[in-house]
Structure formats: structure tokens, C-alpha cells
Design a protein around this ligand. Structure first.
Ligand code: NAG
Ligand code: NAG
Length: 282
């Protein structure tokens, strides 16, 4: 068959068009309902320094969230709890750099909605686990603009084993002159359950004074479930006596469990204190 140049180009452009369509269907694209506008007065929770996609996720995971304002320049995310049917022009304010997005268009679409078929109640946050299961967690933050605080203090902990009476709770008792202590295990670990999901900004580990060198090859993992943890930081060490180690991230990490594991055993794990500096999730 003879194909002239014109037909060839036409064919080529069709192929390119098809592949472009396939590409866009695979991307995660949110079209703002309004640009350079924000909904004023209904933000019940704000997040700083998060991506547009993370802001969308914060909203769609919360039944209470009906729309959000997002500022691309300052990476500021404001979740609104006013139903779009009640929004009037007076509630919208011109504000350059902001987009206003309503989320109901996306609910129920598995491409966007992590909680399809698993509707959480109002006041709950839907979190998806790696195995595609979904859990609903109480979203019971009372004061939205609380200060960053140590949310590990006095919380429930466990460790791989216990040496003498040095139980896991001694790492979250607020005292640096006590320490938890495992036996000599192949991969000794310690974890704390914060009781709810927090936006974790910083984890501090204060080493014990005696036998300080045992703190090495440490994985610090964070997750919303013990079966679904990811590495927040790794510390090769070894640490010095009473050393105050600080592991910081510039963005939020949502987590309920913090787990410390020495990956190169056999070793004993013992630290004086673990501080988890975080904001409540609302
Ligand atoms: C907001 O911007 C639009 C379009 O630029 C303009 O028509 C409108 O008057 C502005 N509203 C206010 C309250 O400034
Ligand atoms: C640890 O320090 C606290 C407060 O400084 C003190 O009350 C307590 O007696 C100390 N405990 C030990 C075991 O030294």
C-alpha cells in the first residue's frame, strides 16, 4: 500500500493523540472550581507546607471536609466544612494565588477517593493500609491551632523483650534518668502507640549514659498501623552517652505508631527517652 507523506503524518498524529489520552487518564488531575478565590470563614483545619495532592487527600479522607483552599505559593492548605450548597458569593473572597476546590465531584471515584465503599462517619478520618484495606479513625481534635507538642509522653509502649524491670514505658515517662531496656535480641525493637494519628514533625531520641555505644543501626519507622510502617529516619551511629538525637522532616508524616529497631543484632536496645513532636490531626 502506498502511503503519502500527508497520510503518514495524519496517522502519526492520531497515534500521538491516543498515547497522550492514555497518559492523561493515568495522571492525578484536580481542576479547581475557582481560581484566585478562597472560601472565607469555614476553614476548620489548616496544614502548612504540603503539596496540592496531599491537601486534596487531607480533605477527601474526611467526611467533614467539603472543600479546601490551597495556595500554591505558600503551600498552605485550608479544609472547609461548609457544604457547597450553602456557599454564596459573599463567602468567596478574591485572593490571588489561591484555588478553591470542592471535593464532592471526586467522592466515590476510585481513582481519587481512597474510601470508596467504606464511608467513614462524620468526624472520622479514613486511612488506607498497604493491603488496600481502609480504617476509620476518630478525628477528634478539639483545638485546631494547637502548638507542636510531645505526644508520646505516657502513651502505651511495647518492646521485643524486657531486661530486669526496665519496661518499655520508661522511654516515655518524661525522665531522662530512666531507660527502657530489652534483652539481647537479634533485632530488638520498641514501639509506642500515640492513640490517634498525628502529623509528626520531629522525633527525638535521648540515649542512655551507660553502654551508649549499643545505639547503632537504628531504623525509626512511622505508620498508622503496626503492619503498615515506613522508614522515617535511619541512624547508623553509634551514639554517645546522653546524646540527644533529632530526626526532623520538613513535611508532615501522618502516624500513630513509632517503632525503633536495631537492624544489626544481636544487640540490646535501651534509650532514656523518645519524644515525638507533632500536631494533632483534625
Ligand atoms: C473579584 O474579582 C473579580 C474578577 O476579577 C471581580 O469581578 C470582582 O469584583 C472581585 N470581587 C471583589 C469583592 O473584589
Ligand atoms: C530522676 O530524676 C527525677 C527528677 O529530677 C528524680 O525525682 C528521681 O529521683 C530521679 N530518679 C532516679 C532513679 O535517679
Amino acid at each position: 500500500m502506498h502511503v503519502n507523506i500527508y497520510q503518514g503524518l495524519l496517522l502519526l498524529s492520531k497515534i500521538l493523540q491516543i498515547s497522550a489520552e492514555q497518559c492523561t487518564s493515568g495522571t492525578f488531575r484536580i481542576n479547581p472550581d475557582k481560581r484566585n478565590v478562597k472560601l472565607r470563614g469555614f476553614a476548620y483545619r489548616t496544614f502548612e507546607n504540603i503539596s496540592p495532592r496531599a491537601c486534596f487527600q487531607k480533605c477527601i479522607r474526611r467526611t467533614r471536609c467539603h472543600s479546601y483552599n490551597y495556595n500554591r505559593a505558600s503551600l498552605r492548605c485550608e479544609l472547609n466544612n461548609l457544604k457547597p450548597m450553602y456557599v454564596s458569593e459573599d463567602d468567596l473572597q478574591n485572593e490571588s494565588g489561591y484555588v478553591y476546590v470542592e471535593v464532592h465531584h471526586y467522592r466515590g471515584d476510585p481513582h481519587f477517593d481512597p474510601c470508596v465503599g467504606n464511608p467513614c462517619n462524620d468526624g472520622e478520618v479514613c486511612e488506607s493500609l498497604k493491603n488496600e484495606k481502609v480504617v476509620c479513625i476518630l478525628d477528634d481534635c478539639k483545638t485546631p491551632d494547637e502548638e507542636i507538642q510531645n505526644v508520646a509522653l505516657g502513651k502505651m509502649c511495647k518492646q521485643s523483650s524486657t531486661y530486669r524491670n526496665d519496661h518499655a514505658g520508661l522511654a516515655v515517662d518524661g525522665l531522662t534518668n530512666t531507660s527502657h531496656h530489652t534483652e539481647q535480641d537479634q533485632a530488638p525493637y520498641w514501639w509506642v502507640d500515640l492513640g490517634q494519628i498525628y502529623n509528626i514533625m520531629r522525633i527525638e531520641v535521648i540515649n542512655r549514659f551507660h553502654a551508649a555505644y549499643r545505639l547503632h543501626d537504628l531504623d525509626i519507622a512511622v505508620g498508622i498501623h503496626l503492619d503498615d510502617m515506613s522508614i522515617f529516619a535511619h541512624y547508623t551511629g553509634p551514639a554517645a552517652g546522653n546524646e540527644h538525637l533529632v530526626f526532623q522532616r520538613s513535611r508532615y508524616t501522618d502516624g500513630r505508631y513509632i517503632k525503633l529497631t536495631i537492624t544489626k543484632g544481636p544487640e540490646m536496645l535501651h534509650v532514656s527517652e523518645v519524644n515525638v513532636m507533632a500536631y494533632p490531626v483534625c
